[in-house]
Write a protein that binds this ligand. Structure first.
Ligand code: GRF
Length: 170
């Protein structure tokens, strides 16, 4: 590995650095190689704005988590907060899910729901959702590392029946 990229942000500069890869497959192979160096049990995506190849997804099946800023299956993809406001939904939120080939799908581990307020902008709504993201993602990771997550028929159950939906009043 000749480059390690540490990012916190939108990732646009990381994308610029990655243009050297001839294909998606080549990028994913290099990424998998780098990940394997750490031999992790869990790979957790946090704002990693890139669709993986089927090979990468298969390699990490059952141990690749993502957090998405909507109550999936509503609003997969980008601009979730503006789209939620445009749709007039009364609740919004975030979802931690296992990653499958289909973008922003995959077995749901935990969701947090927040109210949508009349005077919300995408920014105020995003901030309310983000506070919940910071609660549910560590919780999901803990469950995973404690071997408490069981995936069956595309659904996730938590051993011990811990709540998989948080409803935040604010
Ligand atoms: C979060 O809203 C996450 O749900 C989405 O990208 C954003 C990343 O935020 N996938 P941060 O950079 O982790 O604060």
């Amino acid at each position: 590995m000749s480059i390690v990229v540490l990012i916190s942000g939108r990732g646009s500069n990381m994308q610029a650095l990655l243009r050297g890869f001839p294909s998606r497959e080549a990028f994913d192979a290099a990424l998998a190689h780098a990940i394997e160096g750490f031999a992790p049990r869990l790979v957790a995506l946090a704002g990693f704005m890139r669709v993986f190849t089927p090979g990468f997804v298969a390699r990490y099946a059952g141990r690749l988590l993502n957090i998405h800023p909507s109550l999936l299956p509503a609003f997969p993809g980008l601009d979730t907060h503006a789209r939620a406001l445009a749709a007039g939904v009364k609740t919004h939120g975030c979802t931690v899910h296992f990653v499958t080939e289909e973008l922003d799908h995959g077995p749901i581990v935990i969701q947090a729901e927040v109210p949508v307020r009349k005077d919300d902008s995408p920014e105020t709504l995003a901030a309310r959702v983000l506070r919940q993201e910071h609660i549910i993602y560590p919780r999901a990771a803990r469950w995973f590392l404690d071997d408490k997550l069981v995936i069956r028929d595309g659904k996730v159950r938590v051993k011990g029946n811990d709540a998989q939906l948080l409803v935040s009043p604010d």
